[in-house]
Design a protein around this ligand. Structure first.
Ligand code: UFG
Length: 342
């Protein structure tokens, strides 16, 4: 066990972070976590420790705190960093752009400065399909043009990627893998870790879950007049454990010294809002009420990935289908109706 490579996960107490911990441990790595618990809780780390059967070293600090972050690198022999610490609410980013640029962009700059000073130049970054803007063709491969993001959150992800490209161009010792997530949903099969949004969920899956468990009255379907088979928005939902495996594959890939690589993490399959709702009704055996509302500003009609490159180059492929996603999501939500504070 002692010769395991140490992987630092910034934002590792969050929804995707704790699932990555499970996957990284299974793949033979030792994860350590930096998180300021802004949108996460230490209960999530306790829950994941119960799954993996070991303690996770945790630093409650902000990536903007350069000195504290540097100390983490002094205290540990870190092989690679998985950088997830960021703000991610699209609507909030429109109201508070400076906060988003500060945390997401400055946070990345500070992290990379600290990494360079510690001579740790292996990095896996959480990016988003939002960098593609409005799709020009489907499925979206990594060659699809980027830009045209309609909100500051999306722009921060694009800027983070561009900063990494420039750093890599200046110093080829870096190995950087950018992972463009499509729509992660679901939870670990134990139902003991999962998505626990604060306040009213912005995203579809947690909102549906909260309706099913009785926390909210009905789902608002944002538009049924899109150019899609049933008129509602189509997305590439991906099981969060598949997404987590993508990070372990990326860390493994880093050992090949790949330079800078960009991979989509999606299934390649699109589902509409109503299709996801129906799949969730099947998994829960509940009727989930909804009403059709106007379109949400900034939404695209349809987006789904061409995930072939990640399979060809990292040997990664999503394995779980929509029914697994809904069943696992419901196990978490029904066991923990109020999230980690249940
Ligand atoms: N939707 C509803 N009702 C809701 C919430 C969502 O009908 O209450 C619809 C949306 O209109 C969209 C679909 O469900 O058609 C998915 O919406 P989400 O908010 O779950 O996901 P998005 O695809 O809009 O956003 C996600 C991430 C963002 C990221 C974006 C693009 O949450 O961080 O994908 O990659 F930027």
């Amino acid at each position: 066990m002692s010769n395991r490579k140490t992987i630092l996960i910034t934002g590792g107490a969050g929804y995707i972070g704790v699932h990555c911990i499970v996957s990284l441990v299974k793949a033979g790595y030792k994860p350590i976590v930096v998180d300021n618990l802004y949108n996460a809780t230490s209960d999530a780390l306790k829950a994941v420790e119960a799954i993996i059967g070991e303690q996770v070293q945790f630093y409650n600090l902000d990536v903007l705190d350069k000195e504290a972050l540097a100390k983490v690198f002094q205290e540990n022999e870190i092989f690679a960093v998985v950088h997830m610490a960021a703000l991610k609410a699209v609507g909030e980013s429109c109201a508070m752009p400076l906060k988003y640029y500060h945390v997401n962009v400055s946070g990345t700059i500070i992290l990379m400065e600290v990494m360079r000073e510690a001579n740790v130049k292996n990095l896996v970054m959480s990016s988003s399909a939002t960098v593609y803007g409005t799709p020009q063709y489907l499925p979206i491969d990594e060659k699809h043009p980027v830009g045209g993001c309609t909100n500051p959150y999306g722009k921060t992800k694009l800027f983070m990627e561009e900063i990494m490209q420039d750093v890599y161009a200046s110093d080829k010792e870096w190995n950087i893998i950018v992972l463009r997530y499509f729509n992660p949903i679901g939870s670990h099969e134990s139902g003991t870790i999962g998505e626990d949004p604060k306040g009213i969920p912005n995203n579809l899956a947690p909102y549906i879950s909260q309706v099913a468990v009785g926390l909210r009255e009905q789902l608002s379907v944002f538009g049924d007049d899109y150019d899609t088979p049933d008129g509602t928005g189509v997305r590439d939902y991906i099981h969060v454990m598949d997404l987590a495996e993508g990070h372990s594959c990326a860390v493994k890939k880093i050992t090949e010294k790949p330079g800078l690589k960009i991979y989509n993490l999606g299934t390649g399959q699109g589902y509409s809002v109503l299709q996801l709702l129906k799949a969730f009704e099947k998994a829960t055996e509940k009727n989930i009420p909804y009403k059709v509302c106007p379109r949400r500003a900034g939404d695209i009609a349809a987006g789904y990935a061409d995930p072939k490159l990640a399979e060809e180059e990292m040997g990664w492929k999503a394995e779980k289908g929509i029914d697994d996603m809904c069943t696992d999501m419901w196990r978490w939500q029904s066991k923990n109706p109020n999230g980690y504070s249940s």
